[in-house]
Design a protein around this ligand. Structure first.
Ligand SMILES: Cc1ncc(COP(=O)(O)O)c(C=O)c1O
Length: 375
């Protein structure tokens, strides 16, 4: 019988975990799947849009369902044209990906050689760390500054961390999981350095702040966007990135062909044709975010941080319970949140992140927290 031992694999593959490995180990794939798919839980862990997509998206999927025997149209030109209108840049400046996660991966694989350093802030969105490590790269984490009710980027610290060994800087704007925002003018300071600057704007629609307009003129800037959040089509996996055409030419070589199904492409197009719907749901979520923040602040020992996205990071400052225990107790009361205990940059305490949901789900969370904490 043929055998493959660990020594066959690249060192950085052996030493990298896979996405959600922690959760799968902790709960088991069966429980995770049951909870994930159940309609009885308030889903407040994935930063999805709780209102779902426009009805036009569902109609578009129904219309294209008969085409699934064909390979998707390989240039995605209609979607590119629509995105170009939405973003306000040329279609030659845009690459489409199977979720922005796929573009994070393709971009890093196009740029990062073993031992290249990538500067990021901590805490950060974990897939960056995993995909950098898979390329053999080295994440250099600069802790965020903590003010009483918000996290701030340590811009000076990040600028100073850029050395001749640095290949890229990652700025998640707004940051996941803190919700912190870096000012566009400060981002421009990184563009003057000889590094790739990846600005992840997955939550752009909730903050309204972007540097996408700078990408066509700056060869070292890549702006990543997602249609999983504001547009409500996380399950269809659509993302895009804005960059100089010269850079797009290289990253395109790394990407897989046909990465978006015909259904996903049709749905994305329809979502972009109903911007009023998207903006309406974003407004509802942003209003709810502020209301939920105030409610959480009133609960003894909970410390929410101001956010520019559709989620709130909460510090747990109590002797009787940790964020991990609280997350498990919330789960047994039908609310799923994300435990951030031990995440890089958050080792000093106990934290969970909650996605802002409908008023009903937010009330369910607040009541469950009050019940657990005896208030
Ligand atoms: C900062 C950030 N970037 C990228 C993604 C991935 O989004 P997508 O669903 O487009 O792959 C997420 C998802 O949570 C995110 O938080």
């Amino acid at each position: 019988m043929g055998k493959v031992s660990a020594k066959f694999f690249k060192n950085h593959v052996i030493s990298t975990e896979y996405y959600m490995e922690d959760e799968i180990r902790r709960y088991g794939a069966k429980v995770l799947s049951l909870v994930w798919c159940s309609r009885d839980f308030a889903r407040m862990m994935g930063n999805e849009n709780p209102y779902g997509p426009s009805s036009k998206v569902i109609e578009a999927i129904k219309r294209s369902i008969h085409e699934i025997y064909r390979y998707p149209e390989p240039t995605y030109i209609r979607l590119l044209e629509k995105l170009s209108e939405y973003v306000g840049v040329g279609k030659e400046n845009i690459l489409i990906g199977a979720g922005s996660m796929e573009l994070i991966d393709s971009t890093l694989r196009a740029f990062i050689d073993p031992n290249d350093e990538v500067v990021l802030s901590a805490p950060t969105y974990k897939p960056y760390l995993l995909r950098i490590r898979i390329c053999g790269g080295k994440p250099v984490l600069i802790p965020m500054r903590r003010l009483p009710h918000e996290f701030r980027y340590d811009v000076e610290g990040m600028l100073e961390a850029v050395t001749p060994r640095t290949k890229a800087v990652v700025i998640i704007n707004p940051n996941n999981p803190t919700g912190a925002l870096m000012d566009g003018k400060r981002i421009e300071e990184f563009l003057d350095k000889e590094v790739l600057v990846m600005v992840d704007e997955a939550y752009f629609e909730f903050s309204g702040k972007t540097v996408a307009h700078l990408a066509p003129e700056n060869e070292n800037l890549i702006v990543l966007r997602s249609m999983s959040k504001a547009f409500g089509i996380a399950g269809l996996r659509v993302g895009y990135a804005i960059m100089h055409p010269k850079v797009a030419d290289y990253i395109r070589r790394v990407q897989l062909p046909f990465r978006l199904s015909e259904l996903s492409a049709a749905a994305a197009l329809a979502a972009l044709e109903d911007l009023d719907y998207m903006r309406e749901t974003v407004k509802k979520i942003v209003d709810e975010r502020e209301r939920l923040f105030d409610e959480l602040k009133k609960i003894n020992g909970l410390h929410p941080y101001k956010s520019n996205a559709n989620f709130i990071l909460v510090g747990v400052k109590r002797k009787d319970v940790t964020a991990g225990q609280l997350s498990s107790k919330l789960l047994s009361r039908g609310v799923i949140v994300r435990d951030f205990t031990g995440a890089p940059g958050l080792e000093d305490g106990s934290y969970f992140r909650v996605s802002v949901s409908t008023p009903e789900n937010n009330a369910k969370l607040v009541n469950a927290l009050k019940g657990i904490l005896g208030e």
